[in-house]
Ligand binder design. Structure first.
Ligand code: G3I
Length: 352
């Protein structure tokens, strides 16, 4: 069977695949290859129709080691900070897309897919928004922000984090206090999703949060109830982003259950900001395996490339070391997706 047809590849996947070393295991009696193993993260993820992405910082795009890994390994890109409100609308009605465009245009030119992060978030929010006290004004400002930013990238973003981190930590299971909840009420999330659907009907609309990986946590349950409510009332929501910023122990034992339970509501799930303190290979493998085991887990994004690029760089939580070398967690991740790690000379790595 034609390899590319069999893989059902989109353009990005095809490019990623061709860029990678692909190992085809000996054919069966029919002559068809019975397994295909790639040697990069994006190409291997693409074989099951998934993406493997990373957060990208515009300020690092001049670093050849960084871009070399980016273009070799990843087929989806999330702007780490450049699409946030403080970056895109620093003063009311005045939009700046320079750095976001840099990331988006670069990714598009290389056939990498784009995740949008993020439209409505209480953090990295310019002061002028936080000081609005009138509901009609804030509603108008929020809708205009969503519409303008989504229009800019219309048709180019596969998934948008429409609302980020709206739920409180701890045992309440409720939404956290923010200018949006406090001025507009808890209905601001529904409003944001409805506006987002009108702005770019082709984008998957995600609710994204951290500490919602453990099924029994009150925060997980609060988000689950919201998504269930949205689905039952026809509020447009397509996916839940689980950030997956883990400690050294990796994902909780219930992680796959959480992914499956959200998926059973009729939404995709995505791992959106993965990093793990000290990057234990087993912890990475367990995380990736949980996603691979859930058909509606459509992709994984790690939150940076090298440890030195990470927001928690002191914990060395990523897949590449400060010099850009693959860490043991890299091989564990690739292997968990069914890929074959290669040694530096391009041959399959010999594992002890
Ligand atoms: O842009 C300014 C720069 O002008 C200034 O000189 C410099 C001095 O500190 O700060 C720069 O801003 C920094 C910004 O990143 C851009 O580099 C902020 O201080 C810094 O706080 C900010 O951190 C980001 C953080 O979100 C802010 O909340 C991290 O890079 C980014 O990785 C992190 O990402 C978040 C996700 O968006 C949501 N989920 C959690 C995740 C980790 O916190």
């Amino acid at each position: 069977m034609n390899l590319l047809k069999r893989l059902g590849c989109r353009r990005a996947s095809v490019l990623g695949l061709l860029a990678a070393t692909v190992l085809v295991t000996p054919g069966t009696a029919t002559g068809a290859p019975d397994a295909v193993q790639a040697s990069t993260l994006g190409a291997q993820a693409a074989q099951s129709g998934r993406y493997f992405g990373t957060a990208v910082s515009a300020g690092r795009l001049g670093d050849g080691t960084y871009t070399g890994i980016l273009d070799r390994e990843f087929n989806s890109v999330t702007a780490e900070n450049e699409m946030k409100w403080d970056a895109t609308e620093p003063s009311r009605g005045s939009f700046t897309f320079g750095r976001a465009d840099q990331i988006a245009n670069r990714a598009q030119a290389r056939g990498q897919r784009l995740r949008g992060h993020t439209l409505v978030w209480h953090s990295q929010l310019p002061g002028w928004v936080g000081s609005i006290r009138d509901a009609n004004t804030l509603r108008g400002v929020m809708n205009n922000h969503i519409t303008t930013v989504m229009n800019r990238y219309k048709g180019r973003i596969h998934s948008w984090d429409v609302v980020n981190e709206a739920f409180a930590d701890g045992g309440s299971g409720q939404m956290r206090s923010s200018v949006f909840r406090d001025v507009l009420g808890t209905g601001f999330i529904e409003q944001a999703f409805r506006t987002a659907r009108s702005a770019d009907p082709a984008a998957k609309l995600c609710y994204n949060d951290y500490n919602i990986e453990n099924w029994s946590d009150a925060k997980t349950q609060g988000v689950y109830r919201m998504v269930r409510d949205f689905k039952s009332r026809g509020v447009p929501i397509d996916c839940v982003g689980l950030q997956a910023h883990f400690g050294a122990g990796g994902p909780p034992g219930s992680f796959q259950t959480t992914l499956s339970n959200f998926a059973a509501l009729g939404v995709d799930v995505q791992i959106t900001e993965l990093d793990i303190a000290q990057a234990p290979p087993t912890a990475y493998a367990n995380t990736v395996r949980a996603c691979m085991n859930v058909p509606r887990c459509t992709g994984i994004t790690v939150w940076g490339i090298r440890d030195s690029d990470s927001w928690r760089s002191g914990e060395n939580p990523l897949l590449f070391d400060r010099s850009g070398n693959k860490k043991p967690a890299y091989n564990a991740t690739l292997t968990a997706m069914g890929g074959t790690p290669t040694a530096a000379h391009g041959k399959p790595a010999v594992t002890p």
